[in-house]
Design a protein around this ligand. Structure first.
Ligand code: NAD
Ligand code: IPM
Ligand code: MN
Length: 378
């Protein structure tokens, strides 16, 4: 049997609530596939680590993360730690940097009826939206030199050619996997790659555009590459979300913002997963941090109503990208789709409040586990 070693970092507020459900789903995978073992170690990150150790992530946890096969991450932060230096969020940034998890894949998909209901955008516009934001994750304004004084502060927004190049190779690989028709099997040839930058204002944006164009010309001439200014992309994404079907290839800051727009398109952040990976998808096993797009949602934590789907789909991404367990990943995604659509299929409404339903976090997790058991046993 194969053993995978996972470091579980639930974090703060809703982080532990959604993590409990994702680990239940992992239990079902183990139960149905006796050849697979997932060894789990769990530790503190974020505000809870500040409370226990005075820092948002300890060196020991960073080392454990680097030595594990993958990291399953919840969410960090909250009003309790507003004045903490360093803050909970910097624990996540240190983790991304330590693992060199330079590409953050953030898929946004609207095809299931229940999502069309949740979206604030008209059904005929939003139906069929399917893009993956590939966000550069270890550079840009997040990691440049910082100055922080009482009356002046700055963040150096810096990119090197090498950083842009390796992100391009991930975007190209995702475009091939996704396919022009979005089937995830490369159907219709590679998907379009939309590169978002501010080449009209930022020097780093001009480098981004030039290096991206060169890499696609030289290495991926069969992939259609289009450039779009990030501000107008934000507008068009809301006006016509299907217009960017394919891969949205972008830097750290723009990727953060554009992937939250995804949550506006779907109507909730509660279903959006992400994978921060340290290699080219499909090319061997690589470590990664699997984390929802959403944060610790302190406004709804502790009530048992948070949507666990983003965390569960992040688990599926872990199985797919770090472990190449494609069948198991697809089975989890199918189970989620089935549960969220159970009302449309004539069953009960099993959705949390963010999607317009009344179900609790646990009810959704249990229902997904049951559906997964059925799928994996047939
Ligand atoms: P947020 O993503 O936590 O919440 C935004 C809104 O979406 C809130 O109304 C929240 O209730 C709702 N929401 C988010 N996830 C949900 C879910 N799974 N189910 C139902 N509703 C959900 O963003 P915020 O409020 O701006 O940030 C809160 C804290 O989280 C901050 O400290 C922030 O820095 C941190 N944060 C952490 C991460 C991370 O750990 N990966 C990501 C983003 C924000
Ligand atoms: C995200 C979050 C993080 C980011 C924060 C918490 C560091 O907003 O994962 O989108 O800005 O990358
Ligand atoms: Mn964000």
């Amino acid at each position: 049997s194969t053993t995978y070693r996972i470091l579980v970092l639930p974090g703060d507020h809703v982080g532990p609530e959604v993590m409990t459900e994702a680990l239940k789903v992992l239990d079902v995978v183990e139960e149905c596939q006796p050849g697979l073992r997932f060894e789990r170690d769990s530790d503190l990150v974020g505000g809870c680590s500040i409370d226990a150790h005075g820092v948002p992530v300890t060196d020991a946890v960073l080392e454990k993360a680097a030595k594990s096969d993958a990291v399953l991450f919840g969410s960090v932060g909250g009003p309790e730690w507003t004045n903490a230096h360093p803050n909970p969020e910097s624990g996540l940034l240190q983790l991304r940097q330590r693992l060199d998890a330079f590409a953050n894949l953030r898929p946004c998909e609207v095809f299931i009826p229940s999502l069309v209901d949740a979206s604030p955008i008209k059904a005929d516009l939003v139906l069929g939206t399917k893009f993956v934001v590939v966000r550069e994750n270890c550079g840009g304004a997040y990691f440049g030199q910082k100055v922080e004084e009482p009356d002046i502060a700055s963040d150096l927004w810096v990119y090197t050619k090498r950083e842009v190049e390796r992100c391009c190779r991930v975007s190209a690989a995702v475009a091939r996997m996704l396919g022009r028709n979005g089937d995830g099997q490369g159907g219709g040839g590679p998907a379009i790659v939309w590169s978002a930058d501010k080449a009209n204002v930022l020097a780093s944006g001009r480098l981004w555009r030039k290096v991206t164009q060169n890499i696609f010309d030289e290495e991926f001439p069969d992939i259609e590459l289009r450039h779009q200014l990030a501000d107008s992309m934000a507008m068009l994404m809301v006006k016509n979300p299907r217009g960017f079907n394919g891969v949205v290839h972008t830097d750290n800051t723009f990727g953060d913002i554009l992937s939250d727009i995804s949550g506006g398109i779907t109507g909730t952040l509660g279903i959006l997963p992400s994978a921060s990976i340290s290699g080219i998808p499909g090319e061997g096993r690589c470590n990664g941090i699997y984390e929802p797009v959403h944060g610790s949602a302190p406004d709804i934590s502790g009530k048992g109503i948070v949507n666990p789907v983003a965390q569960i789909l992040s688990l599926a991404m872990m199985l797919r990208y770090s472990f190449h367990l494609t069948r198991e990943a697809a089975a989890i995604e199918d189970a989620v789709t089935r549960i969220l659509n159970s009302k449309e299929a004539g069953g009960m409404d099993i959705r949390t409040a963010d999607m317009g339903g009344k179900a609790s976090t646990t009810e959704i997790g249990d229902a997904i586990c049951d559906a997964l058991r059925t799928i994996l046993k047939t």
